[in-house]
Design a protein around this ligand. Structure first.
Ligand code: B16
Ligand code: MG
Length: 217
């Protein structure tokens, strides 16, 4: 009766959003596009290609496929320069304790992220060994709120969807988990993530008794 605990990456395990922001802002500045925090919010959980489209639309910039490709490569290089500086101190509070608690209690730990850089990030912060399966931006064709990423995650460890629990910081991710028939747990503000089954500001607010209830549900 093992459950699948599926974690989003950015905003749940680490705050890579701050690095995405800096790399996108550099590109936007070079194109004279005003890159506000409001646009940045729209990029959470969204794929790299879609993120560029949102930014270009904001600046009314028309571009050739060659230009777009060049900019996507540049943005990712700038982003990876930040990723290469990451270490275990970047793991968000109590995340590693929760991963340990799940493994001690013989549960499946799965990653469900839109990022194509998920594996190197987990390696850099030294928690890759906790994961029984990884589904990321390289595996998925349909972005959240489509449930594909989480369905693939549960399938990889052969756990039924109703026995799967998703930790997510984005509205689209909560919707994806709900559509999949999984238990959705919002990590962030209740007002924003009101569609989630449960919501916590961060993992320090979630105690082991609550996790034990999920395991035994
Ligand atoms: P990459 P998540 C998402 O991560 C980020 O929230 C989003 O801002 C980013 O564009 C996306 O990954 C793709 O990332 O450029 O590394 O492939 O929250 O789904 O873990
Ligand atoms: Mg996220």
């Amino acid at each position: 009766n093992k459950k699948a605990f599926i974690f989003d990456l950015d905003g749940v395990i680490v705050d890579t959003a701050k690095f995405h922001f800096l790399a996108w802002k550099k590109l936007a500045d070079s194109l004279n596009i005003n890159f506000t925090h409001e646009i940045n919010e729209q990029l959470k959980g969204v794929s790299r290609v879609r993120s560029l489209e949102i930014i270009l639309a904001e600046g009314n910039v028309q571009a050739t496929p060659e230009d777009k490709n060049k900019w996507l490569i540049q943005k990712n290089e700038d982003y990876l320069a930040f990723v290469h500086q990451m270490d275990a101190s970047e793991i968000l509070p109590r995340v590693e304790e929760v991963l340990q608690f799940l493994k001690i209690n013989n549960q499946f730990v799965v990653l469900g992220s839109a990022s194509k850089n998920a594996r190197p990030i987990l390696e850099k912060v030294n928690i890759l060994h906790y994961f029984d399966a990884i589904v990321d931006g390289n595996d998925v064709t349909n972005a959240k709120p489509d449930p594909e990423v989480f369905l693939q995650g549960a399938n990889k460890v052969s756990v039924a969807y109703e026995n799967s629990i998703v930790f997510e910081d984005s509205v689209a991710g909560i919707q994806a988990a709900n559509t999949a028939g999984m238990t959705s747990i919002g990590i962030g503000e209740k007002e924003v993530l009101h569609e989630s089954d449960f919501c916590f500001r961060d993992f320090t607010e979630m105690n082991n008794d609550f996790i034990m209830q999920l395991i035994n549900k």
